[in-house]
Design a binder for this molecule. Structure first.
Ligand code: NAP
Length: 384
């Protein structure tokens, strides 16, 4: 067995010299180096921005979405949507562990990878035949490879797997929000979360409150989401606005915050075009966390400059130490989060079939997928 590069550069097919995330194509060969781990894949979670782009491009045609995802994985050796630049993550069972892997994983463990699919060598061997193309979660068979410098979490046995997968996909958001809001704890920050009824948005609300924000404002797209969010009690205040309309968004945020902008604005919307609204909604000296993969660096930077806005802007790094554990803590402290996740992931927590969720473009409903999760206590972090 050879030793691979800890960062996976030996798996880059093209272009030469880049890291796996920037590669056009990765080597998905199942033979692992002595510091790699091979995972038997069971389910993928496509990134929300990526899935929405595919769904919109194919007008909700599940067969066409499935065909494009398969083609992308086969061509690139990884699930990396070139239009959104994003991927997602996966769950599976550890299949083989190289003798010099530092990850501490053991064969047979059920894990979630906490690194993006955009840099994870992946081969699918079932043609995604069990997926109808109409949900972010994809039942799949195949293998994936983890490098030495990687992260994975042993799946908590008390949570249904699809729920754990969806939570881990966005667990970087609440951990970063906690860090940013806690920095301002002395000033009792007003926090506005855009896309607040979504997965990363609802976890961010819970994190802002946990970090002792003075006011937690959830901004959602329509009255139906507003009612749903109000019922959870996760936000102190709820406002309705289209986050892609800067003037309307800023007015809704300042109205809801008694005439001032937010000290911290968190962008968890899965569509492009929210940069200027986020800048206008943020008070001077405030911070914007752009967690959304649909964020444009140039729109944010030039938009802030053009508005002479003195705001700090952070890219939502998906990795913050302890992020998966923290997301699980928030979930158990706020059961209302589970209901929102059920709704967003189209996965009922009781295993039953429920009503379909219609995507924003209204083209076709996403049927829900029943889940069957085992029960026990969380063990995230054991696998690092
Ligand atoms: P999600 O659960 O689908 O939530 C997105 C929310 O945004 C939904 O509630 C959606 O409402 C709302 N929304 C859509 N268009 C809107 C608009 N014009 N105005 C106001 N709200 C709008 O998505 P998620 O999984 O939390 O992901 C959110 C973003 O984070 C995505 O861009 C995803 O790619 C990104 N992400 C980043 C990382 C990272 O490491 N930084 C990791 C994972 C995901 P409707 O459902 O009603 O449309």
């Amino acid at each position: 067995m050879s030793t691979g590069s800890p960062v996976g550069s030996h798996r880059v097919v093209s272009p030469a010299g880049v890291l796996p995330q920037a590669a056009d194509e990765l080597d998905d060969n199942p033979d692992i180096a002595e510091n790699e781990v091979r995972v038997r894949v069971e389910r993928l979670n496509l990134d929300a921005a990526s899935y929405r782009q595919l769904h919109t491009a194919h007008r909700g045609d599940g067969a066409a979405i499935r065909a494009e995802v398969l083609e992308l994985i086969e061509r690139r050796g990884k699930m990396h949507n070139p239009r959104t630049g994003s991927g997602g993550m996966l769950i599976g069972t550890v299949d083989a562990v190289g003798e010099r892997s530092p990850l501490g994983l053991k064969s047979g463990q059920k894990i979630a990878t906490l690194v993006s699919l955009t840099l994870t060598p992946l081969r699918i061997d079932d043609g995604l035949e069990r997926w109808d193309g109409l949900s972010e979660q994809v039942p799949a068979s195949g293998h994936a490879v983890l490098f030495a410098r990687s992260i994975a979490a042993v799946l908590p046995e008390h949570l249904p797997e699809p729920l754990a997968l969806a939570v881990f996909d966005v667990c970087g958001a609440p951990a970063l929000v906690r860090r940013v809001v806690a920095r301002r704890a002395h000033a009792r920050a007003a926090v506005a979360v855009l896309g607040a009824a979504g997965k990363s948005g609802s976890l961010s609300l819970a994190a802002a409150r946990d970090a002792r924000a003075a006011t937690v404002l959830g901004v959602v797209r329509d009255e139906a989401e507003a009612e749903r969010l109000k019922a959870t009690g996760l936000a102190d205040r709820v406002a309705v606005a289209d986050a892609t309309e800067p003037l309307a968004l800023a007015e809704a945020v300042t109205d809801a915050l008694d005439g001032r902008g937010a000290d911290v604005t968190v962008v968890c919307v899965d569509v492009p075009g929210c940069e200027h609204g986020a800048v206008l909604s943020t008070a001077a000296g405030g911070t914007i966390v752009f967690f959304s993969m649909a964020t444009s660096f140039s729109a944010a930077a030039l938009g802030a400059e053009g508005l002479a806005a003195d705001v700090e802007m952070l890219i939502g790094n998906g990795y913050v130490p302890g992020h998966a554990d923290y997301a699980l803590q928030l979930l158990s402290a706020n059961p209302a989060l589970i209901e929102l996740f059920e709704d967003r992931t189209a996965v009922p927590i009781d295993g039953s079939q429920a009503s379909p969720r219609v995507p924003i473009d209204g083209s076709q409903a996403s049927p829900r997928v029943p889940i069957n999760g085992p029960q026990a206590s969380p063990r995230e972090g054991e696998a690092r």
